[in-house]
Design a protein around this ligand. Sequence first.
Ligand code: SF4
Length: 70
Amino acid sequence: MSAVDAAVEVTVNRESCCGAGQCALAAPEVFTQSEEDGLVVLLDPNPPAELHDAVRRAESHCPTRSVTVR
Ligand code: SF4
């Protein structure tokens, strides 16, 4: 698999995030929560291949659909 095929781009929407934390549970290397407002903070918009399953889990578990993986 080439690097291009393997690349994903993760985005988060802090406007719709409710701070449920499912993303940070699923992929703590990629998502955390702000100590100030509890909302999602994206740590790595281009995570390595071994984290792709985890970020897709975060996408599907987010109750407000604030995580997008492309
Ligand atoms: S799972 Fe969704 S709502 Fe919860 S902190 Fe992450 S982005 Fe926000």
